[in-house]
Write a protein that binds this ligand. Structure first.
Ligand code: ACM
Ligand code: ZN
Length: 747
């Protein structure tokens, strides 16, 4: 057993008590006394170092502190002792996991393993930053709840240089995250240099142009060639940089799908072998790797070079969104199905992943892939990253495979984090900070005996709509801070209010370090309240020290606009705008919503099947609240069902003259959301139950499903049936589509 003590003597000449560490430490015990940082200069000496290699690293870390804090801490390896306050690194074998940080008037001591001491330094950095002069004496004992504390970054859809990747890694380190999942290849660009296959970057890293906004159909491109890749030297530099921060880089090489950039360079590994180009718009391609032997030779070569660059135990091989269209028509692929006695193309995918898995195992590595790798049977040693909800994670863990949870609902940081009207264009969804903070990586429905297979969770940053580093950080922060606390501190160890009370001062640190971040947490939240068949809107904020000021005529709220103190009745069309104020100063984004009054607003609605829990924000009332969802869609205006009819009845309270019903459904094929196959109004002789007398179809006109009724009725009974499967030629073809409804307008 090795015991290493390195004492850094800190010559301090001084700063206010701050206890805002993120992620929150397990235990903090405050003591009397403080270190006066304004009077103290931190100088250090390796007095007690026992010639250990770690010395340099630790001083390296302290030098970094010096840089980050504008030289308030002075580190000098050859210092003469002036007024010693010792910062004692102690690799203490008595601490099983985590670190102990003791701040005493005469010294600071951090003990733990090498890795844990690094985490202790992150805590100390945050404390010093917030202390504003006086660093309070205290003892912190701290260790992580989960072992996979990950963040992902897609560099294919948009490319980010090494300087930014390091900055991204730095912010992971500051939050004690330990895994960087680097999504290096996809349809729109291959970003890693491989010596044996130079065309991967010569051809595969360059695309002709990029789609503008969401102009899928009709397509509109920007006409600007786009490209970039990392040389092997740069990759090594990043891997080493991350390792110094105790972060493992897990590379992702996508297969068998999301491979168009690779197949543009080497079309011989596709089924049809025709010319392809890296894609210029987002989505899923039917052109995937063929399962012929030469593809495996190619992929093993690719992986050989990847393994030489990345020492990580896990290698991510993608596995998601691989349509089977080409395999169904390919002689090689069909012959493989026969030869290996496979039932279908799903089993062929399983065969494909299985061969890759055996290869990686033979090299002493472990496969990890998106949850589609469960389909057709999970490869022997593979771990699963659960993204289409939690089910994949539950299944894999129940089969005693390791799992990383990354469900879209809580962990996709490409979703909107606030009202989309005041947020930059995003892919869709609605994943506000509070939702991330509420996440529990251990699924509710997972039997206790399998909990140990859940290694942790990960935030994913897909960059279709993020063109520059500032935008990436804006989407990642502060959701990353919330996820770091879920993963390090553990679920239920703090509250959202407690978290935000630490986060707001933490923003100053992010500012100092030059990180862009979202302030959407200051959003004003609107809820509908129904009393006596009338709807009102209540506004709230998570920060009661702020006032809400509002207008209903569409004007910008000012410090002297009406003070919100009671719910606002919606009995006519109104244009509501609201903003937070403190001492007359506005903060956060503008809340803005038009409410279009109609007969069903505020009435009673009963759904036969509830919407999917990930797309149920606001509940049933969301579809009769006077708000028609707009594009680009975000998850809070729509209710979503999958593989189920939307079947409902609205009780208008009394018989009313109804001229027209208009229903707003969403058509967003890139997100697997399709119009229903049919929508019908059931005339059931004014009974609330679903006994059908006559069905009247609604027809699509100007973006709404519409029925001219001109009749008296009390009940509006509607059913909408989704398409059975997503039609060929669309992302997710052959899978069940989503059905999204935002409003049922009754006039
Ligand atoms: C994924 O988001 N396609 C894993
Ligand atoms: Zn094929």
């Amino acid at each position: 057993m090795r015991f290493i003590k390195i004492i850094i003597l800190l010559f301090i000449s001084v700063n206010v008590f701050g206890q805002g560490v993120i992620p929150k430490p397990v235990s903090i015990e405050l003591h009397n006394g403080h270190i006066d940082l304004e009077k103290v200069k931190f100088k250090c000496s390796s007095l007690f170092a026992i010639g250990d290699i770690y010395t340099e690293d630790y001083f390296g870390q302290m030098s970094k502190i010096e840089k980050e804090f504008n030289n308030t801490l002075l580190i000098n390896l050859n210092a003469n002792v002036e007024m010693p306050i010792s910062l004692l690194y102690n690799i203490n074998t008595k601490i099983k996991s985590g670190y102990k940080l003791e701040i005493k008037e005469e010294r600071i001591i951090i003990s733990g393993s090498e890795r844990s001491i690094f985490h202790g330094i992150q805590t100390l950095k945050q404390l010093i930053f917030q202390s504003k002069g006086k660093l309070q004496c205290q003892t912190i004992i701290d260790s992580p709840a989960f072992k996979w504390r990950g963040m992902h970054l897609d560099v294919s859809r948009h490319f980010f240089d090494v300087e930014f990747i390091k900055k991204y890694i730095d912010v992971l380190a500051l939050h004690k995250m330990n895994t960087f999942h680097w999504h290096l290849t996809d349809d729109q660009g291959w970003r890693i240099e491989l010596k044996k296959y130079p065309k991967l970057t010569q051809i595969g890293s360059q695309r002709k142009e990029t789609m503008v906004g969401k102009n899928f159909d009709p397509y509109k491109g920007d006409g600007k060639p786009y490209g970039g890749f990392y040389t092997q030297e740069q990759i090594k530099e990043v891997v080493a940089y991350a390792a110094e921060r105790y972060i493992t880089v897990v590379p992702e090489i996508e297969m068998p799908g999301h491979a168009v950039a690779a197949l543009s360079a080497y079309p011989q590994f596709s089924c049809r072998q025709q010319a392809l180009e890296p894609l210029t718009k987002w989505g899923v391609s039917e052109d995937i790797y063929c399962t012929k032997d030469s593809t495996f030779t190619f992929l093993f070569d690719v992986l050989d070079e990847v393994l030489a660059l990345f020492p990580s135990k896990y290698i991510h091989i993608g596995g998601d969104e691989a349509p089977k269209t080409r395999w169904k028509e390919c002689a090689h692929c069909q012959a493989n199905i026969k030869q290996h006695n496979l039932k279908d193309e799903h089993e062929l995918q399983s065969y494909f992943i299985g061969r890759i898995d055996s290869f990686l195992s033979s090299k002493g590595r472990q496969t990890i892939g998106w949850d589609e790798i469960l389909e057709g049977g999970l490869a022997k040693n593979a771990a699963v990253m659960s993204w289409r909800g939690e089910q994949g994670g539950i299944e894999a863990a129940s089969q005693k495979h390791n799992v990383v949870m990354s469900p879209g609902s809580h962990c996709y940081f490409d979703h909107y984090q606030g009202d989309k009207k005041s947020e930059p264009l995003a892919i869709g969804g609605y994943t506000p900070l509070k939702k991330v903070y509420s996440y529990n990586p251990i699924p509710n429905h997972l039997d206790k005996k399998y909990h140990k297979y859940v290694m942790g969770a990960q935030g994913n940053v897909w960059t279709e709509y993020m063109e520059n580093p500032e935008h990436v950080m804006y989407m990642a922060l502060p959701r990353l801070c919330a996820l770091s606390e879920v993963l390090w501190s553990g679920v239920g160890k703090s509250s959202y209010d407690d978290f935000t009370s630490r986060l707001i001062p933490h923003f100053d640190l992010l500012d100092t370090l030059g990180y862009n971040y979202s302030k959407a947490l200051f959003n004003i939240e609107a809820k509908t309240i129904i009393v006596n068949n009338q709807m009102s809107i209540s506004l709230s904020t998570d920060f009661p020290e702020y006032e809400i000021r509002y207008t209903t005529n569409g004007n910008e709220p000012m410090a002297d606009s009406k003070l919100y103190n009671a719910a606002i009745l919606i009995d006519r069309d109104i244009k509501l705008k609201a903003k937070l104020f403190k001492n007359g100063e506005p903060t956060g984004n503008l809340f803005s919503q038009d409410y279009n009054y109609h007969l069903a607003v505020g009435k009673k609605i009963v759904l036969k099947d509830p919407p999917n829990k990930n797309y149920s924000t606001g509940g049933a009332q969301t579809i009769i609240n006077g708000v028609v969802g707009t594009l680009p869609w975000s998850g809070n205006e729509w209710l979503g069902w999958r593989a189920k009819d939307m079947y409902l009845s609205i009780d208008l309270g009394k018989e009313m003259e109804v001229s027209k019903i208009k229903v707003s459904f969403l058509q967003a094929p890139e997100s697997w959301i399709h119009y229903p196959a049919k929508v019908v109004f059931e005339d059931n002789n004014n009974k609330a139950d679903h006994i059908v007398s006559n069905n009247y179809p609604l027809v699509l006109r100007d973006g709404f499903f519409e029925l001219i009724l001109n009749t008296k009725t009390r009940y509006i009974v509607l059913s909408a049936t989704p398409l059975r499967v997503i039609p060929a030629g669309n992302p997710g073809a052959g899978e069940n589509p989503w059905l999204f409804c935002s409003e049922i307008i009754v006039e």
